[in-house]
Ligand binder design. Structure first.
Ligand code: PGA
Length: 245
């Protein structure tokens, strides 16, 4: 049994307006949350400050995370947001390298590496996402693909107490297809073995169609230390069930 705390991280993606966030918080029942879970919410930029303030006011055991940042600390990058800005509005964490950022916004592991550096410099913690595409799994290349992503993005990395890795097979994200507990464990164990010895205690989360009905069997695996959850994190009741799974 590992002594790594189980992490339930919601990734709201491009969902929820300000009233939706308020409604969500009003319908959580944090007094029923087990102490051995760490709860994170990955919130869209405009609502971060509001969420961080509410979490503080209501003393909620929630870590507020952003879903992206720019690699530069400031400058002429219209429409972009720096890690310092995130930290100044109350975020303490950022999700980086999500496959939707890779697919729709051309992010590579080189860029993600720079974003990780910028986030650490701004005092943020990082959830780094990796995962193979369907055809890479079918060709049997999935372990090499993911371990290579990690090697590039985490080159020279040594801030292990500020990192979580989320393994998110692209074929399982938002598709209803979920990796089997054995598939997840195979990858998580390989990731843990591949990272430096000092990183051996970092939480490795699974992401891809995790929901209350399948969470417990995934979380039961030795190296699956939590979930990064999209669709099933949007509804407060479902999120609550995941925290209690
Ligand atoms: P999903 O998304 O739970 O909706 O599959 C997971 C993610 O993209 O982080």
């Amino acid at each position: 049994m590992s002594n790594i705390k189980t992490v339930i991280a919601g990734n709201w993606k491009m969902n929820k307006t300000l009233p939706d966030v308020e409604h969500f918080l009003d319908h959580l029942q944090p007094t029923e949350w087990p102490d051995d879970k760490e709860v994170i919410i990955g919130c869209p930029f405009p609502m971060l400050h509001f969420l961080a303030k509410k979490v503080d006011q209501l003393n909620l055991p929630i870590t507020v995370a952003a879903q992206n940042c720019h690699q530069e600390s400031s400058g002429a990058y219209t429409g972009e947001v720096s890690a310092d800005m995130l930290s100044s509005v109350g975020a303490s964490m950022v999700i980086l390298g999500h496959s939707e950022r890779r697919q729709y916004f051309g992010e590579t592991d080189e860029i993600i590496h720079q974003k990780i550096q910028a986030s650490l410099e701004a005092g943020l913690k990082v959830i780094y996402c990796c995962g193979e595409k369907k055809e890479e799994r079918e060709k049997g290349e999935y372990l090499d693909v993911v371990l290579n992503q990690i090697d590039v993005a985490l080159k020279g990395f040594d801030s292990w107490d500020r990192l979580m890795i989320a393994y998110e097979p692209v074929w399982a994200i938002g598709t209803g297809l979920v990796a089997s507990p054995e598939q997840a464990e195979e990858m998580h164990a390989a990731i843990r073995q591949n990272i430096s010895h000092e990183g051996s205690q970092i939480p490795i989360l699974y992401g891809g169609s995790m929901k209350p009905a399948n969470a417990a069997e995934l979380l039961n695996k030795e190296n699956v230390n939590g979930g990064l959850i999209g669709g099933a994190s949007l509804d407060p009741e479902s999120f609550q069930l995941l925290i209690q799974a």
